[in-house]
Structures are given as structure tokens and as C-alpha cells.
Design a protein around this ligand. Structure first.
Ligand code: ATP
Length: 255
């Protein structure tokens, strides 16, 4: 459902993502793990068509993101780590706006929005301005917005940041349910317990390269660790990882 073939992304001379290849099957929850600056967000932004790869090819549901970007984007939902929501719209207005962008058929819109507002606990606040919302409510609205066009692929950057335990549980349960209904979910996180809890398979990225891919059980076997624990495997594989983050004002221009 998602394929990346030899994908790289440079910022000037700096290689943020280096020659990565991955395949994610329909209905899979795929956890994308890495330390700060490893290249997770850059990869997610390429998967959603926001950033162009410097090299390589990405397909979503068989659509090449370069040649058929509209088809690929139409079946993708994206929950960024810092979603931008228009503060002067109400929750309901915002969902109408997104539904319209994705051409959700008029007769389905109200039913779809009602059910998402209910699922994400926002029915009572549907007519309030977004600027009055707490962080968790904004996260839940961003999640509802990503789902309004019934995407086949859901890309989530740091899903649990800022969610309280109820919000986190709601999202984990929802992800499992969506996947069981056939949705493919690609989530980036540095929260290893979240990854271990929900992912069918994981990949670990470090300094822009994929170190390993597999189920947590497979990674455990490869690691030779006695105790099955994703944190130990992660720390062992990324040992010596130094933070690669750079100040944006130091970067050379893109080319
Ligand atoms: P985090 O977990 O901290 O969000 P990440 O794994 O998502 O990190 P990216 O945001 O993809 O990492 O960044 C990968 C590298 O590319 C980092 O070194 C970062 O500083 C650099 N980088 C990201 N965006 C830009 C940009 N617009 N211009 C230049 N360098 C960038």
C-alpha cells in the first residue's frame, strides 16, 4: 500500500534521509522509530507529498506521488506533530472545510462529521471557536480532520504528544480498529512503548538511514538480547547516535 524505493532527501549538502526503501502492506500499522533529528518527519512529509524526494520513488495505493499526486493525496490522511488549525473557525466549520477540500460527497458530509465529532469527544464543542480549545482537543480535531475523507492510508507524526491517558487510549484503540478495517497506518514516534503496543512492524531510522525493519519479535531475535524489550534493542542499535539537528539559519540554500 505504501512503497518507498531508494528515497533520499537533501537540505543543501546535508542528507536528512539516505536511500531508504520500505514496503507497508494494507491493514498494517507500521511504526517508524528514531531519535531526534533521525529523519522521521522528513520521511513523513515526503510520504504525504509536502516535500519532494531528492531521489527515489514513492507510491501510495499504487499511485506514484510524482506522477499522480492528487490520486495519492486523495487516499491519504495526515496528522502532523504540530497541526495548523484555523483558530477563528469552529470545529464543525473546520471539518466542513476539510471535507470540501477532499470533495467528500455532500450527502455524506454531515453524517461523517457527526460521527467523527462524537468519536473524538467534540460534539459538545462543535460550535466553539478552535482558538478556545485545549491542546488535547486540538489534537483530537486534527485527527478527526485527517479522517473526514475516509483515507486508506493514515500518516501520523508523534501521535501521543500532548494527549492525556484517555486521549492516548482513544487514539490507540482507534488505530487498531481502523487497521482491522483495512486502513494502513504509518506512524512516527520516539515513544517506544507506543510503537511496541500498536505496531505490527517497525523500522528504526538513524542519521537518515534505516538500521533495521521487522516485527518486534524479529528485532529481538536479531539483537541477541536476552529480554524482549524494544527499548533495549533501540538503544543498542542507535548507540552512539549523536543528535543531527541543525539550526535552519545555518543551512545552505536548497538545490
Ligand atoms: P524529531 O524527532 O526531533 O522531530 P526527526 O527524526 O523528525 O526529528 P527531521 O525533522 O526529519 O528529524 O530532521 C532530520 C534532519 O534534517 C535534522 O538534522 C534536521 O535538523 C534537518 N532538517 C529538517 N528540516 C530541515 C530544513 N527545512 N532545512 C534544513 N535541515 C533540515
Amino acid at each position: 500500500m505504501i512503497t518507498l524505493e531508494n528515497v533520499s532527501r537533501r537540505y543543501g549538502d546535508f542528507v536528512a534521509v539516505r536511500d531508504i526503501s520500505l514496503e507497508v502492506q494494507q491493514g498494517e500499522i507500521f511504526g517508524f522509530l528514531g531519535v531526534n533529528g533521525a529523519g522521521k518527519t522528513t520521511t513523513l512529509r515526503m510520504l504525504t507529498g509536502i516535500l519532494k524526494p531528492s531521489a527515489g520513488r514513492i507510491t501510495i495505493g499504487g499511485f506514484d506521488l510524482e506522477d499522480q499526486p492528487r490520486n495519492a493525496k486523495q487516499i491519504t490522511g495526515y496528522i502532523p506533530d504540530r497541526p495548523y488549525l484555523y483558530p477563528r473557525l469552529t470545529a464543525r466549520e473546520f471539518l466542513y472545510f476539510i471535507a470540501d477540500l477532499y470533495n467528500v460527497p455532500g450527502k455524506e458530509v454531515d453524517e461523517r462529521i457527526d460521527s467523527l465529532l462524537e468519536e473524538y469527544g467534540l460534539l459538545d464543542w462543535q460550535d466553539e471557536l478552535i482558538e478556545s480549545f485545549s491542546h488535547g482537543m486540538k489534537q483530537r480535531l486534527a485527527t478527526a480532520a485527517a479522517l473526514v475523507h475516509k483515507p486508506q492510508v493514515l500518516v501520523i507524526d508523534e501521535p501521543m504528544v500532548g494527549l492525556d491517558p484517555h486521549g492516548a487510549k482513544l487514539l490507540k484503540d482507534s488505530m487498531r480498529r481502523y487497521a482491522s478495517e483495512g486502513m494502513t497506518i504509518f506512524l512516527s514516534t520516539h515513544s517506544l512503548n507506543v510503537a511496541e503496543e500498536v505496531s505490527d512492524r517497525v523500522a528504526i531510522i538513524d542519521h537518515g538511514s534505516i538500521l533495521t525493519t521487522g516485527t518486534v519479535a524479529e528485532l529481538h531475535e536479531q539483537s541477541g538480547e536476552e529480554i524482549r524489550n524494544l527499548e533495549r534493542i533501540f538503544l543498542k542499535l542507535t548507540r552512539g547516535a549523536t543528535y543531527t539537528e541543525r539550526r535552519l539559519d545555518e543551512d545552505p540554500p536548497l538545490h
